[in-house]
Structure formats: C-alpha cells, structure tokens
Design a protein. Structure first.
Length: 213
C-alpha cells in the first residue's frame, strides 16, 4: 500500500526481456538506501518487489501481465520513474491510499500553463473514467492527484510547481503514456452498486414471471 507521495525519481538502468516477462533495473538513492530484498516499491505507480540490490541499483521482476497493462515495458535506459516505498506502521499518511495495481495506461493529451501551475488533460479508457469523480483522487504514474474535470474520454488535473519539479509528470509531454489507478474507494462502491442492480433486476424478473407486475 502507498500514498502517492513520491520520494524521488529513479533512473532506468536496463529492461531485459526474458521468457514470461522481463527484469527491470533502476538506479536510486534514498529509496535504494533503505530498501531490502522482498520490499514493495511503487515504480511509476506499479507495485514491484525488490529481487536484487547492489548499492544504489535495484532490480525487479516484471510479468507479462505487468508489461501488457502498464508502460514499464516501453521504458528505455536513462528514462526516469517515480519511486515510493510502501507504507510502514510509523509512516505519515498523505495523498490517498494507492495499491500499485494499475487499471489502465492513459495518454497525455494536452499540457497548459496557468500561471505557475500546469493543467494536464489525460486520455483514459471508459473503465477508468467511470470510477472518477470531480475533486476525487487518482494516481497518475504513482502520483496522488486531484481530478479537476471528468470528460467523456479523459480527465484533467492541475499540477503545482513542487509536484512538477519532483516527479516525471513535470517533463512528460503530449502523447507520452502514464499509468492510471482509480481510487480504490470508487472501485468498491461501483462493485456494490452493480451487485445491487443485479439483485434488483432478478427481483423484478421474479415478480414479472409470477404475474405480479
């Protein structure tokens, strides 16, 4: 579990494809200094497990599913990624609860300066849009952000200078991809409502077949 508050940016050292997935290696400073084998690290919003550590070099296994459902497989050597260690019992809780399970890959559609701020429009799939609400939370490349507008096929966020300077979203441009995770609370609410809808439909079908409606 994470909060979407990025600790630092790491640099991709290598992504080596292999049967069943790939091995991703990255350079980090603060995150690597405290990391141990088996730790969970959010890498641009994807929860990964440390399988190897050599000074400031961390390595992670990527499954085929991770390569398909996130943008990690398209990263090249030298690319930067957002890093956040998992929550610990004594961690400060900010942002919102982020699981590190990416729902979909979105695309940066526009980036506009509004004074010192950046307003970014992100193209996203319907399965993500249906879980977003204005002023609600969303994780973009692991960054906890507030949704400004929910659009038919996307959403907008506003980035403060601090976030732009310390995360990848500050230098990403139009057509660059981002990992998106909707707020977990929205997922549970949607599932509950769908169950209620199915139950009501079944009840009405029983009444109709019995001649009561």
């Amino acid at each position: 579990m994470f909060t979407g508050l990025i600790l630092e940016m790491g640099e991709i050292a290598a992504v080596k494809k292999r049967s069943g997935g790939a091995i991703l290696s990255l350079k980090a400073n603060e995150v690597a200094s405290a990391a141990e084998l088996g730790d969970s690290i959010s890498v641009s919003g994807v929860c990964l497990t440390v399988v190897s550590k050599n000074n400031n070099l961390l390595s992670f296994d990527l499954s085929d599913e991770t390569l398909r459902s996130t943008n990690l497989g398209s990263l090249k050597t030298g690319a930067r990624v957002n890093l956040e260690p998992s929550l610990r019992p004594d961690s400060k809780i900010g942002g919102h609860f982020v699981t590190g399970h990416v729902d979909a890959v979105g695309k940066m559609r526009s980036k506009t300066n509004i004074g010192d701020m950046l307003k970014i429009e992100i193209e996203a799939q319907a399965k993500v849009i249906n879980l977003l609400v204005e002023k609600g939370s969303v994780a973009v490349d692991g960054i906890s952000l507030t949704v400004v507008d929910v659009l038919r096929d996307g959403f907008t966020v506003v980035i403060i200078p601090h976030t732009a300077g310390l995360t990848t979203i500050g230098f990403k441009g139009v057509d660059d991809t981002v990992n998106i995770e909707a707020d977990i609370l929205g997922k549970y609410v949607a599932k509950f409502l769908n169950k209620e809808k199915d139950r009501d439909s079944g009840f009405m079908k029983t009444l109709t077949e019995g001649g009561y409606v």
